[in-house]
Every structure is written in C-alpha cells, then in structure tokens.
Write a protein that binds this ligand. Structure first.
Ligand code: NAI
Length: 480
C-alpha cells in the first residue's frame, strides 16, 4: 500500500489530499500539521476552511484512508511519498523583506523529514517556492540524513472557492524532476497517483526548475490580466466607455480569450501578490531590473485600483465619510471562500476608517474575529519594506460585523460591494434602499449588480469602469 504524508493541512494540503484519498482508495493519506487547532477542526464537522464540496469528500474518506494528525514524525516515518504544503508567505523582516518568500516553514519541514526518515522517500514540493528551491531542499536533506531522497516539484494550481472542482478536473498537473533514472522513476510514481483520475495528456512532466518557475509565471500572468483590465477601467471612467463592453470585445479574440478579464476593486487572495513579489525578487537577484520592474507594475496597478475605489467613495459622498455609516458587503478575497488573506476589502475598509467612517461589514463566510483582526492589522508595504501606520484603535472601534446584508445597510449612507458573492446579486435592493439614508450610494467593486435597475430604485451607483452616474459627473472638480 502506498503511504502518503502531507505536511501542512491548509487551503492546499487539506483539499488536495482529500481528493487524492477519494480517488486512490487503496492509498493511505495522512495530513499532518503543527497546528493542533487546525487538525482538531479537520477532524470535526466544522472544517477549518470553506470550499464547496470539500466537506462531503472529507466525510467519505476520513477514517478510511484519510487521516488528519499532529503526529508529524510518525507519518513522515511511515510515508513513501511526502508532500510539503506549508505556507511560504512574503518575508516581512531581513533580507528581501517585502518581496522574497519566507522559507522558514518550508526549511523546518525539510529538516524534520531529514531528521525522522529511515527509508527512501519521494519528497514533493507542493508549496509555491522560488525557482531552484529544490536545490536547497536537496542540500538540507542530504546533509542531514543517509536516506535516499528524490525531490519533485508538483506546484498546485487550484483556486480558492473552486478548489474541489479544480482538483477533480485540473487543466493540467505539472511534475518537475531531474533527468536521472531514479528521479524519473519517482516522477512516474507521482504520475501514477494522479493517473487515477487525470488523463495522461494533462499530466505534464518538465525539469525541476521549469515546474517551479511555471507556478510563479502562471500566477503572474493571471494577475497581469486583472491589472490590465483594471487599468482600462480607469480609462473607461474617464472617457465614458464601458469596461465590460471593452473586455468582451477584447476577449472575443481567440488569441486573448475571455477569462480573467473582469474589472473589479483589485485582486487578493493568498497567492497572486505574494508570488509576483517572489518573482520580482528573483529577477532582482539575477540583476534583471527591467523584468522585475515590469512585474512590479502589476502590483502597483492593483494598489492604485484599491485606493482609486476609496477615493471614489469619499469624493462621491461630499468628500467626507466621517461619522457616516457605510455598509460593506463581502470581506473575503473572492466568493465561495472564507479566506481573507490580502483581500482588497482590508485596504478599502482601512481607507474608509482612516476617513472616520462607521463600518458595518457582512460576509457569508469570513469569521467576525478574522474581519476585525484584519482591519486592525498593520499593513506591510512591499515597496518600502516597512509596516505602515495601522488604523488608530479609535477608528477600528467604529467597525462592526453584521449578521446579514440588510442589517449591515440599515440607516447606512452608502454600500460598498467588495466580494462577488452571488447572494449580493439578488438582494431585495428596494427594501435596502428604503432603510438607508438619502441620497443612498452604492459602490459596486465587483460589477455584479444591475446598475440600471438600482438607479431606477433611486440609488446613486458607481460601478467600476462603467459610465459614471450623473451625480459623479456633476461633482465639483475638487471632489471628483
Ligand atoms: P496555509 O497557511 O493555509 O497552510 C499551511 C499549513 O502548514 C498551516 O496550517 C501551518 O500550520 C502548516 N505548517 C507550517 N509549517 C509546518 C511544519 N513544519 N510542519 C507541519 N505543518 C506546518 O497555506 P496554503 O494556502 O495551504 O498554502 C500552502 C502553499 O501552497 C503555499 O506555498 C502557497 O503559496 C501554495 N498555494 C496556495 C494556494 C491557495 O489558493 N491557498 C494555491 C496554490 C498554491
């Protein structure tokens, strides 16, 4: 029986291993983590992460061939294949702070594998790591153990919110390995796992370095498309063009394609910004300044889009939101996830709080604790490698979490839609309007509402990249 151990029971490790356990019933899959709270949650009915379809799979496999444990050593010792799926966040101190990947957790997992292993193992990099990280992993393993390790790169391309769908039906599985016969044997062993449900032509094999770099490149390309359309959205607002029409026309070109061309308040999530910054840092290390600057611009536009949104809210509401209640619909970085990491909502809420707004925030999945923790957190400026001043505790106290969208918007002057949850498309906006202060503003940061319908109700609506409401067009220049 093939025994698999995954180090890191997070957004990637949990769902990925659940799907492997589902599709490979003859294999034993153990997911281990140093966080006892996380493992306890994985073993409960309330999983630590929300993903459509995940609970059903975990329920089916848990206790059969899927196990969640804090006994990291035991499961490493037993395993034939070890996936390393620990977090690799952006460094916030020391060399490379603001851009480089922090490989502390990754290195400690490698040292743990070396220290514990007594038999040959395949070690699979699942975490997103800098290109050539496998060489470091190899050094750590071979200098600290007599065991024979084969290191493979197998980056994960799932997207939060659609993780199960992506895992069950991936666009591709990427496996990078060295050329030697032993390494190629390891590649085949990993390929055999995925071959249980993924067609052969979707399993790509490459060199180690290509696989590592392909993950960073894919996220950089995705983020670049969002920043491209968001940059266009600013020009659309200035000229009266409609970004949805522009994006539709552009996307119809089969060379370009229509996906990832939806303008909004900016991209967020655990990976996009972090991985581009990692790419920027690698380029700088190789003295490729022009390439680094090219990718930096993708993040600059993203930051610009978030601050442009805040400015639009404040300027539309007579240049001040001080002591005005503003409802925030959605806080997670995207729909169908409770993950708030790098969510644009954090920046928007902090921007509004700095202008003394009173916020009432509602999200269907993000927890109250997480929301309040995020808005009071210190933001790390990637460009200046330093923490920015946090929002004052007095201002943070003006934010509350509401139980639903109706409660959040009761007596509010304005609404900001910051996550594309489907429930925000079909709310009773007449009821919401009736219970708001007038004029009632709605700022759609995800372009999901029917602008005309809302204007007919009486809302003053701002939708990113769309022709401006006459209200905004007629603002005195100072406010616009
Ligand atoms: P996460 O933060 O949700 O989970 C990582 C887990 O690893 C944590 O529970 C942590 O306690 C555990 N951990 C850290 N060091 C450990 C150690 N030495 N031993 C045992 N457990 C340890 O992170 P997430 O989101 O799952 O990401 C993991 C990796 O996958 C990152 O490199 C990320 O860039 C990459 N990735 C993430 C995607 C996402 O959508 N979240 C998508 C594709 C890749």
């Amino acid at each position: 029986m093939v025994k698999i151990c995954c180090i890191g029971a997070g957004y990637v490790g949990g769902p990925t291993m659940a799907v492997i356990a589902l599709k490979c019933p003859e294999m034993q899959v153990a997911v281990v983590d140093i966080s006892a709270t996380r493992i306890k949650a994985w073993n409960s009915d309330r999983l630590p992460i929300y993903e459509p379809g995940l609970y059903e799979i975990v329920k089916e496999c848990r206790g059969r061939n899927l196990f969640f444990s804090t006994d990291v050593e035991k499961h490493i010792l037993d395993a034939d294949i070890i996936f390393v799926s620990v977090n690799t966040p952006t460094k916030v101190t020391g060399r490379g702070a603001g851009k480089a990947a922090d490989l502390t957790y990754w290195e400690s997992a490698a040292r743990m594998i070396a220290g514990v292993s007594k038999s040959d193992k395949i070690v699979v990099e699942k975490s997103t790591v800098p290109v050539k990280a496998a060489a470091t992993m190899e050094k750590i393993l071979t200098h600290n153990s007599k065991v024979n390790f084969r290191i493979l790169s197998n980056p994960e391309f799932l997207a939060e919110g659609t993780a199960i769908k992506d895992l069950l039906n991936p666009d591709r599985i990427l496996i990078g390995g060295k050329e030697s016969p032993e390494d190629q044997k390891a590649v085949r062993a990993l390929k055999d796992v995925y071959a249980h449900w993924v067609a052969d032509d979707k399993i790509l094999t490459t060199s180690l370095w290509s696989a590592e770099l392909a993950k960073l490149a894919a996220n950089a390309f995705l983020a670049q498309r969002i920043s491209s359309v968001n940059a266009m959205s600013a020009l659309c607002e200035a000229t009266g063009a409609d970004v949805s029409e522009v994006a539709h026309a552009v996307g119809k070109d089969t060379r370009i394609g229509c996906k990832f061309l939806h303008a909004g308040v900016g991209f967020g999530g655990a990976s996009l910004q972090k991985d581009i910054l990692n790419l920027v840092y690698i380029c700088e290390c190789y003295e490729l300044a022009e390439v680094a600057n090219y990718w930096k611009q993708v993040i600059k536009i993203n930051d610009y889009q978030k601050s442009r949104f805040v400015n639009r809210v404040v300027s539309s509401m007579f240049n001040t939101v001080s002591e005005k209640k503003v409802a925030v619909f959605g806080f997670a970085s995207k729909k169908d996830t409770g993950d708030t990491r790098e969510s644009p909502a954090i920046d928007v809420c902090q921007g509004l709080l700095r202008d003394n707004a009173i916020l009432s925030i509602y999200d269907p999945q993000a927890t109250d604790t997480q929301i309040l923790e995020d808005i009071s957190s210190r933001k790390f400026s990637w460009d200046h490698a330093t923490y920015l001043k946090p929002v004052s505790p007095m201002a943070v106290n003006k934010a509350v979490v509401a139980q639903d969208a109706y409660a959040a918007s009761l007596n509010a002057h304005g609404i900001c839609i910051l996550t594309d949850w489907e429930e925000f498309e079909c709310l009773d906006y007449q009821r919401i309007y009736d219970n708001m202060q007038k004029p009632a503003f709605l700022f759609d940061g995800r372009n999901i509402v029917d602008v005309e319908k809302l204007r007919q109700i009486g809302f003053i609506v701002y939708s990113i990249g769309k022709p401006l409401d006459v209200w905004m067009k007629n603002m005195p220049p100072l406010w616009a």
